[in-house]
Design a protein around this ligand. Structure first.
Ligand SMILES: Cc1cc2nc3c(=O)[nH]c(=O)nc-3n(C[C@H](O)[C@H](O)[C@H](O)COP(=O)(O)O)c2cc1C
Length: 191
């Protein structure tokens, strides 16, 4: 079995709670993003955008978007809850936010552009894991928040967050996760 297939069969995300913030060298960030950009993309539209969020940017988004938006949506939120929300993007020192920019196109359906954005996210996760980092692709509530989308340069008419990928150092090896049974999700079309 090739090393890549072996890796893909065994790879496992590390949940954000188990990620420690560690400095990620620029060369690793560049490599991870280069892998993210190398995905199937019908018509070479590049219908996505990646925003690099470091600790300082995460703190700013926490103060200007996460905390006030959470407070607006949850009028009964306690100070502890608001402090947690404000800190969300600072749980690791590197977060890559992937936006799907599926503008109307004469031939290519928006669905295909969203799928391509998903591929960007998965390639980023895979690249980060292969470099020895822990990573997790999450959407949480703020992927569906218009203020966050606009803060990251998105247009609420056409764009959607595909997810936020947290990258850090695993605090512990991830526990095994139940996977779908092959026979439950795979069949052979027979005639
Ligand atoms: C689009 C998308 C959004 C997700 N959002 C969340 C989330 O908000 N919170 C969460 O705990 N896991 C979320 N997950 C699940 C994790 O990214 C991941 O699938 C899970 O931890 C197992 O990953 P693994 O198969 O790489 O081990 C999401 C997955 C996808 C594909």
């Amino acid at each position: 079995m090739s090393e890549i297939v072996q890796f893909l069969k065994e790879r496992r995300s590390v949940i954000v709670k188990n990620l420690l913030p560690v400095p990620v060298p620029q060369s690793d960030i560049d490599d991870i993003i280069a892998c993210g950009l190398r995905v199937p993309d019908h018509g070479v539209l590049g219908p996505w955008h990646i925003t690099i969020i470091d600790g300082k940017a995460g703190a700013h988004l926490g103060k200007t978007i996460l905390r006030p938006e959470f407070a607006r949506i949850h009028a009964d939120a306690t100070d502890t809850m608001l402090a947690f929300e404000e800190n969300r993007l600072c749980r690791t020192s590197l977060v890559l936010a992937v936006m799907s920019k599926a503008a109307p196109h004469a031939k290519i359906p928006a669905w295909e552009m969203h799928l391509s954005a998903g591929a960007v996210c998965q390639n980023i996760v895979t690249a980060a894991l292969s470099l020895g980092y822990g990573a997790q692709w999450v959407t949480e509530w703020y992927s569906y928040n218009d203020a966050m989308l606009e803060a990251l340069g998105g247009n609420t008419d056409t764009d959607q967050m595909a997810g936020f990928i947290y990258i850090g150092q695993p605090a512990e090896p991830p526990k095994p996760r139940r996977r779908p049974e092959y026979d439950d999700v795979v069949s052979t079309y027979t005639v």
